[in-house]
Structure formats: C-alpha cells, structure tokens
Design a protein around this ligand. Sequence first.
Ligand code: PMP
Length: 407
Amino acid sequence: MTEQEINNIRADFPILTEQVYNKPLIYFDNAATTQKPQAVLDRINYGYKHLNANIHRGVHYLSQKATEAHEEARKYVAHFINATSSSEVIFTRGTTEAINLVAFSFGECCCRAGDEIIISMMEHHSNIVPWQMLCERKGMRLRVIPINEKGELRLDVFGELINENTRLVAVTQVSNVLGTVNPVKEIIQTAHQRNIPVLIDGAQAVPHIQVDVQELDADFYVFSGHKIYTPTGIGVLYGKREWLERIPPYQGGGEMIQTVTFEKTTYNELPFKFEAGTPDYIGSTALAEALKYVENIGIQKIAAYENELTAYATAELMKIEGMRIFGTSEHKSAVISFLVGNIHPYDIGMLLDKLGIAVRTGHHCAQPLIDHLGIPGTVRASFSFYNTKEEVDIFIAALKRVIGMLG
Ligand code: PMP
C-alpha cells in the first residue's frame, strides 16, 4: 500500500487522531479489538435514524425495511466467507457465543460418555472452556495438540490423538498470542478422513486472511465482528447445512420457533432456529458495512501490508538486547508477543501506555499456553492496516526508553 493509501485509510478512522496523555495515540492492540471506520459508525446512525423497527414480525414498512437490511447483511457475510447459502450464517454475539452454541448443541446430539474432543495448546479460553464444560457434562475427555518450539502445531501428534472416540476437532486458524497461522485445511482433511467434524476459531484470521469456508471444507467457522472493524456484540457462526440441521437449538424464545403450544414447540428453519430473541439487526448491517470496507481495500493487499509491517517490527525488536519473541513460525499473522530480559510484561505495558502506545500485556486469555511457555505473560503488539512504519519506529524508541528505565 502507498503512503497516500494508508493516509486515506487512517482518515477514515476518527479515533486515530485522539491524543492520550497529550501524545498521539498509537494503537497496537488490534488483536483485542479493532477501531471502527466512519462508514461503519455512519451505518449504525443511519439504521437508528431511518430504519429502526423490530424485524421479522412486522407487517409495517419500517419493520420490513429493517428485516431486508438484516437479511441483506447476512447475504453479504455469506459472500465474504464464501458460504454456500446465507441460511448457513447464524448471527451470534461473537466468537465465544458461537463456540458455546456448538459445544452445547453438538454435545446434545452427538456426544456421550467416553467420547473425546481435540483442541490445541494455543487456544483462547473461549475455545477451551466450552469444551471442558461439555466434557464435564457428559463424562468426556479433552485431548490437546501440543506445539513445537516455534509455536506451531505438532501435526504428527494430532494424527496420533485422533481415534474412534474422537467426536470433534476445534482449533484456531490464527493464534492470538503467537500469531501462528495454522494449516487448518490440512487439519480438516485429516479429520474428515475419519468423518470427524472440525470447528475453526477464525477470530484472529478473518481480519487478516482470505477465508473461504467451502475451500477449507470447515464444518463450523466462527468469528467476532469487533475484531474486523465492527462494533461489539455481533459475530458469526457459519455451519454446514447438514450439521446445523442435525444439531438442536441452543436457546429457546421468540424467532426460533415455528409453532408453540404448551405441549410442544416446533422449531423454525435455518438460520432462525439458532437466533432466539431480537437479533442485533443494526449490528448485522454494521458488520456487512465493515466487511465491504475490508473488501474494497482487498484482503490480499491488507495481508501483504500487515505482514510487511510485522516483519519490520520483528526485525527492529530483535535488535534489542534480551529480546525474546514467542511465536517464530514462517506462517505468522500481525501479532508479536515478546518479553525483554526478566522485566515483567505489565511494567512494560504500563510505561508504554504513558507514552501513548497501547499494547496488551498478560496471558491474553490463553493461560494454558502461557503456563506451557513457563512465563508470566507477554507484551503483545498487534497490527492493522491503519498502522504505519513510523508508528513502529516510535514504539521501538519508546520501548528502548522503557527498558532503560526498568532495566
Ligand atoms: N478466539 C480467539 C483466537 C480470540 O483472539 C478471541 C478474542 N481475543 C476469541 C476467541 C474470543 O472472541 P470474543 O471475545 O469476541 O468472543
């Protein structure tokens, strides 16, 4: 991307001109959540100003318009991830809710005592705990794919973990700590050879990588809107039709029913079967707007730029004495986790903050991984296409200053 293109993009994100402690904000916490472009903010405003009425049930004009907008948004999401049909796109509150939905509903239909679920060492808590809860409920066992010293999945061990008790594999496409991009297509192929379905946590992948659920052949694919330039509170569960039809509803309530009597309820068709209650019909349109924004720039172009920025930041960081970077795979996304000497990550984060630089410190909701690495946590810088080399330079200079103060 040219400097002009990046400047134009930056101008679309109002928050990037904010000052913190009288310093220009440098926002390197994009893996936690991304900032929102004006077009998305405008779409929310427009929705509430001109199109606000509860959807699906209304005969009146506004309700029909709001329903159309919500369903158009669903179609756009389906297009963005290349789902076969928009009825395979379920709106959820985010990745976490989507995984809980699958863990509950798949657990109900398809799991029993003695069965096993395979996850990996680098999962976010939201792709660990729901499966653990399922295992406790049903008397099942969680199996974990280990990682190598570069922070890559040990696929040789994965092959050994699969057996006749394996019911499902749930892995992240991109690690939010290590930045590793996992070979999920290969993982899916291996699991499918044994007829085992696979759920992919796409929370950190969708903003940075072209995702094609048909090409991957994923059975379930989940992500959060807020990590791809959308407000919080909306996310997506993609599921293959055959699975979504087979698994029972997650929550009961309005919208998800066909008929209700006190004796028996019949459920609505897809995707509504999984969308109990009033959906976030403004959030869905904001999500579609954000995806259009990303698509207009081009995900390949975004990936190339972010990779360049990450490589530059990595090279600069590596020049610092005592630097340890966690996650050194050749297949990496825009996340760098590091420690310097034996300085506590929290201290680095606190002092960088005072210099206007937002990074995240701690276990990044991946405590088992952090424990495995035998460290107290990391400092994590994560990038978006609106970040610049100049910001990286300021960050490196600030980090050196901070190390001088703490070292
Ligand atoms: N999985 C991964 C890999 C993540 O990075 C995150 C967010 N940090 C989540 C799941 C959970 O996403 P959310 O909190 O939006 O549900």
